[in-house]
Design a protein around this ligand. Structure first.
Ligand code: ADP
Length: 226
């Protein structure tokens, strides 16, 4: 554990490739209090994140020695966001996995890229535009859904706005898990977040419910339960 800017540094992340996606991930992780090593082959892109990373440096992500000398293998996570060319993205991912980085998340350009990344052991393959597209469609489809996180093909976490139907009722009274197979993980009311709701906690109209479950059950809950 390390101390930086007066707060506890949580995890170590290496972000490789600092285009729009990579630099956004880098800045956000850093502002969330993490140690972030930022790498790009282009000096200008490195300069851009200088003040929004723990350490930013110019390096070629396909150069194993360069990555070794940066101590990448000690990082918990590496994010590879070299999108425009498939080859350096694949090579870099391969090197990171061979060096033993446990969690390597990679931005994929297309299906072929995705398949290769899967074969060489990428831990998560990201298609930012498709993922955002799905999120936006879900938000548009339901006026109640304010956010959406896909955990797997079948399971998701959604944020729903509580309507009159559930207002002034307790969780035990609503019996959501038994009736809909969904779990209320947290309830947000303005600035306050109740992260371990108790059975007799009361829901009010306008509360944001953070709910986890099978997509079919979530859909049912959203349509009939909330
Ligand atoms: P976006 O679409 O998110 O804007 P890109 O995928 O176009 O981003 O950005 C890729 C980034 O990866 C660029 O900043 C580019 O300089 C960087 N890059 C390309 N090849 C390498 C490499 N071999 N090593 C490190 N960074 C690289």
């Amino acid at each position: 554990m390390d101390w930086k800017r007066g707060i506890i540094v949580k995890k170590g992340f290496a972000v490789i490739g600092l285009g729009t996606f990579g630099s956004t991930v880098c800045k956000e992780l850093y502002h969330l209090g993490n140690e972030v090593l930022a790498i790009d082959i282009d000096e200008e892109n490195v300069r851009e994140v200088m003040n929004n990373s723990s350490y930013a440096t110019v390096a070629n992500a396909t150069d194993q020695e360069a990555l070794e000398s940066l101590g990448i293998k000690n990082f918990d996570y590496a994010v590879v966001s070299i999108g425009e060319k498939i080859q350096p993205s694949i090579l870099s991912t391969l090197i990171l996995k061979e060096m033993g980085v446990k969690n390597v998340w990679v931005k994929a350009k297309n299906e072929k890229h995705h398949k290769i990344l899967e074969k060489i052991g990428a831990d998560r393959i990201i298609h930012p535009e498709q993922e955002i597209g799905i999120r936006v469609a879900n938000q548009l489809d339901s006026g109640k859904i304010t956010d959406y996180i896909e955990l797997s093909k079948d399971y998701s976490i959604i944020e729903l706005v509580a309507t009159k139907r559930v207002s002034n009722r307790s969780l035990v009274n609503l019996d959501i898990r038994a009736k809909f197979g969904c779990t209320i993980l947290a309830i947000r009311r303005e600035e306050n977040v109740n992260i371990s709701p108790m059975p007799d906690d009361i829901i009010l109209i306008g509360d944001i419910l953070i709910v986890m479950g099978h997509v079919k059950n979530l859909k049912r809950f959203e349509e009939k339960g909330v």
